[in-house]
Design a protein around this ligand. Structure first.
Ligand SMILES: Cc1cc2nc3c(=O)[nH]c(=O)nc-3n(C[C@H](O)[C@H](O)[C@H](O)COP(=O)(O)OP(=O)(O)OC[C@H]3O[C@@H](n4cnc5c(N)ncnc54)[C@H](O)[C@@H]3O)c2cc1C
Length: 376
């Protein structure tokens, strides 16, 4: 391990991606420092508010093939990541249930058409199962008699976002990462390091002007006795909703999707929409207790894709994880770690080497050279 004055890597931003990247690099024996403007819990990250569903097929209704593929591979990788972390994390792969009320039945063929045209055949095969009303009740007894039809996407998963953030923080400590919580970093105060990896999410906007925030609002409720066993998505023309059951009768109900970097508290309208829609899925939510109403912004690039942006010198930016951060981060972080290691040991130093690396990369579409930031 290199114990010279400056660390091998400075990771800026200790939300979801920064923690995972820093932890992976430290696992390879590198000396890593991580700088996060918020606390060790991660409460200033989009990752803190997220529902953390791992649903590549359900998301294929609005996401392109790259995202679906990243999500499917990452679903297989998550258990290995979690097995190496020093604290337990709730993770399940019990599928997603998609339902709709009779009045909104025209949404169903639209959703199905989008998923079937965007997703690859190998994921659809056995991964998208049509259910009758009785089968919905058999799959999810809490919803027996409530829906005439549905789809079960049996391979999808979810995890507990805050447990992941906590377990990664413990993992960083275990691997000797130098963590600087409550330490904002900007371009005028960059910490010393041989390579900088910028994972600041929306906080990277000063250097990524096309980055934007897409606001999302969620409710966290405690609802004993309902006993949903998997995330349920409700199709609706105006208020599509998911209800993600976590441990101990905790449910994350989300999420609105509103253009604009508005970090203000949840609006009354959104709260009404989310909670009424949940109540319409199961009346037991009427007696649930609201633990939190929370909002955050998803870091989003113009093409809604994640990107690994190299500045042509010593900085890699990992951003644009949008609404798919948990779903795709194992693969995105691994690709970032491979590239950052190659930068460190001098295998990439110019545009030709970058082009070659990009060509041979597992996820070549992620790579971009941030020419606007290239040194003159
Ligand atoms: C309502 C909502 C629901 C979501 N649901 C899901 C879901 O079900 N499934 C899924 O896969 N994804 C979901 N997401 C998306 C997911 O949360 C994001 O894609 C993911 O958090 C992005 O990771 P990140 O590390 O890039 O950004 P973040 O998690 O936002 O982390 C960035 C970190 O950088 C820090 N930072 C910013 N500026 C600075 C600075 N100047 N100096 C130091 N630190 C700084 C921030 O404090 C933050 O901790 C959801 C997001 C929202 C908002």
């Amino acid at each position: 391990m290199n114990r010279s004055a400056q660390p091998d890597f400075a990771v800026l931003g200790g939300g979801l991606c920064g923690r995972l990247v820093a932890w992976r690099l430290a696992g390879q024996g590198h000396r890593v420092a991580l700088y996060e403007r918020g606390d060790a819990a991660g409460s200033q990250a989009a990752a803190w508010v997220a529902a953390a569903m791992l649903a590549p097929l359900a998301e294929a209704a609005s996401a392109e093939l790259l995202i679906t593929r990243l999500g499917a591979s990452s679903l297989d990788t998550w258990p290995q990541v979690l097995a190496e972390l020093p604290e337990p994390v709730f993770f399940q792969r019990n599928g997603t249930l998609v339902v709709w009320h009779h009045a909104d039945r025209t949404e169903a063929p639209l959703f199905e058409r989008r998923v079937r045209s965007n997703a690859p055949a190998d994921l659809l095969d056995g991964g998208f199962v049509t259910l009758t009303g009785a089968q919905v009740g058999a799959a999810e007894p809490a919803l027996a008699g409530r829906f005439n039809q549905g789809w079960l996407l049996p391979r999808e998963g979810q995890l507990d976002n805050r447990q992941v953030l906590a377990a990664l923080a413990a993992g960083l400590a275990e691997r000797g990462v130098e963590t600087h919580w409550n330490t904002p970093v900007d371009e005028q105060s960059l910490p010393p390091a041989r390579i900088t990896i910028d994972c600041r999410g929306l906080g990277a906007k000063p250097v990524l002007p096309t980055l934007r925030g897409i606001r999302g609002e969620v409710a966290r409720v405690h609802a004993p006795g309902i006993n949903l066993t998997r995330p349920v998505r409700l199709l609706h023309p105006r208020y599509p909703l998911y209800i993600a059951p976590k441990q101990n009768d905790l449910y994350v109900i989300g999420a609105t999707e509103v253009e604009g970097e508005d970090m203000s508290p949840v609006s009354v309208r959104s709260a009404l929409e989310l909670l009424s829609a949940a109540f319409s899925v199961h009346p037991g939510f009427g007696e649930a207790r609201i633990l939190e109403l929370n909002s955050q912004c998803r870091p989003t690039l113009p093409d809604h894709r994640p990107a690994l942006l190299w500045d042509g010198a010593r900085t890699l930016r990992v951003n644009g994880l949008y609404r798919h951060g948990y779903m795709i981060v194992p693969e995105v972080a691994d690709e970032a770690v491979r590239f950052a290691s190659a930068l460190l040991d001098g295998r990439i130093g110019d545009a030709d080497a970058f082009a070659e690396w990009r060509r041979d990369a597992r996820w070549s579409e992620l790579f971009q050279q941030d020419r606007a930031r290239e040194p003159a």
